[in-house]
Design a protein around this ligand. Structure first.
Ligand code: NDP
Length: 453
């Protein structure tokens, strides 16, 4: 690491204590930018990186609501408006008890680069709450969403900030949030993406992150003259991203043998067929049940509960060709990465945000694994959100085929950008550097053009 990068990291740690995920995300990016900053002193002179790591605005607010017992509950709401150099702030809302300022800052920071890579005009943001939708009734979730939006509505708008879903925020939550915005503001505009199809949503938006992660993996495999056909795949998570990753792998002739939730994971050697996936979708999206129910339904599958005392996650110890971490941050540590490599993994495509620790990333890079980092591999979700914004502005819906073709093209372009930038700055085949540099340059140039703001 150069002195400049070291100083920057020390400063960010001193200024933002207790935000380890944010430090991790910044470290990964600035390490990649060493060669760029060396060749382009104008970025350092304008202190572009220092400005990019400071959010343009941080909103934090009280979210009071009444539960089914009539008791008053209080949660904390956030919106991080990170960077608007190339478009309105754009990024999801996460409802999960682990949500705090540091987690959302890491996500918002990543989002700036990811959105830039999509080639669409979107800045970066992220938000959410420490509210846990698990185990809550629909009425409780609705009252929480209404209270959350009562404050958030002051800060968002179709040309200002357009949130979407993330962990714990799916179609149900987006509906309640949109309804409250419309009531308070008396306007029907595209202030959220991931909307229902009957009220401004885009076809393929629910599928986009998972499909995009598989398309990105196919692009990486093609560089070694391989395809998804016949590949055995490990997928983690069982939410939106994991479900549609599994669907697309099945479509392309691959076989998914694992899925998980925070309680544990299932291993099904036979593969999670479209029929079994339909069971999972009903289990998770309608009944809101646990993944362990899969092993009760399909006795050939083995369920392993999560054990926090283990130094690795056994899900990643199964032999496979491809891995799609699609649950949450830091779910692949150094040992997990080594287990995957020892079992001959060819490609890793990150559906989740920052699912691999920095030490794990180095294991993949040193072993020559085709490693697609989150900000490239999972950019399909926000890309189709961008297409949803375009359709809302036009007031015209596009067909499923049109959106899917655009998604495939965007993922191909992101892959090309990563390859080109990695090569141009001296680290061929390093998708981490390629994605960070490709995402950075566009935002940095826009910031230079727009002056010190
Ligand atoms: P969902 O809420 O639909 O599903 C999340 C899944 O991950 C669930 O199976 C959940 O299990 C599991 N999970 C969540 N937190 C943990 C944890 N701390 N430990 C273990 N498992 C956990 O979310 P999404 O599928 O939308 O998001 C998954 C990942 O993809 C996230 O990293 C998100 O940021 C990223 N992403 C999502 C996009 C989207 O369009 N939705 C776009 C780009 C990235 P449980 O139910 O037990 O909590």
């Amino acid at each position: 690491m150069s002195d400049y990068v070291n100083e920057l990291l020390s400063e960010i740690k001193a200024k933002n204590p207790s935000e380890p995920e944010f430090h991790q995300a910044v470290q990964e990016v600035v390490e990649s930018l060493d060669a760029v900053l060396e060749r382009h002193p104008e970025y350092r002179a304008a202190r572009i990186v220092e400005r990019m790591i400071e959010p343009e605005r941080v909103l934090m607010f009280r979210v009071p609501w009444v539960d089914d017992q009539g008791l008053v509950q209080v949660n904390r709401g956030f919106r991080i408006e990170m960077n608007s150099a190339i478009g309105p702030y754009k990024g999801g809302l996460r409802f999960h008890p682990s949500v705090n300022l540091g987690i959302l800052k890491f996500l918002a920071f990543e989002q700036v680069f990811k959105n830039s890579l999509t080639t669409l005009p979107m800045g970066g943001g992220k938000g959410g709450s420490d509210f846990d939708p698990k185990g809550k009734s629909d009425g409780e979730v609705m009252r929480f969403c209404q209270s959350f939006m009562s404050e958030l509505q002051r800060h968002i708008g179709p040309n200002t900030d357009v949130p979407a879903g993330d962990i714990g925020v799916g179609g149900r939550e987006i509906g309640y949030l949109f309804g409250q915005y419309k009531k308070l503001r008396n306007e029907f505009t595209g202030i959220l993406t991931g909307k229902g199809l009957n009220w401004g949503g885009s076809l393929i938006r629910p599928e986009a992150t998972g499909y995009g992660s598989v398309y990105f993996c196919c692009e990486m495999l093609a560089t070694r003259s391989q395809s998804m056909d016949g590949k055995v795949c490990l997928v983690s998570g069982s939410g939106n991203v994991a479900q549609f990753t599994t669907e697309k792998i099945n479509d392309l002739g691959g076989k998914v043998v694992t899925l998980s939730d925070s309680g544990g994971y299932i291993y099904d050697e036979e593969g999670i067929s479209p029929e079994k996936l339909a069971f999972i979708m009903e289990l998770k999206n309608v009944r809101r049940g646990r993944i362990s129910a899969y092993a009760e339904q399909y006795p050939g599958a083995v369920y392993t509960p999560t054990d926090a005392d283990r130094d690795h996650n056994p899900l990643w110890s199964h032999k496979a060709d491809c891995a799609f971490p699609s649950a949450t941050q830091n779910e692949i540590n150094e040992k997990d990465a080594q287990n995957l490599v020892d079992n001959g993994v060819l490609a890793v495509s990150e559906g989740a945000n920052m699912p691999t620790t920095l030490a794990g990333v180095n294991v993949f890079l040193n072993a020559g694994v085709l490693y697609g980092p989150a900000k490239a591999a999972n950019a399909g979700g926000v890309a189709v959100s961008g297409l949803e914004m375009a359709q809302n502005s036009q007031r015209l819906p596009w067909t499923r085929e049109e959106v899917d073709q655009r998604l495939q093209l965007i993922m191909r372009n992101i892959h090309e950008t990563c390859v080109e930038m990695a090569g141009r700055f001296g680290t061929p085949n390093n998708y981490v550097n390629g994605a960070n540099i490709g995402g950075f340059l566009k935002v940095a140039d826009a910031m230079l053009d727009q002056g010190i703001v």
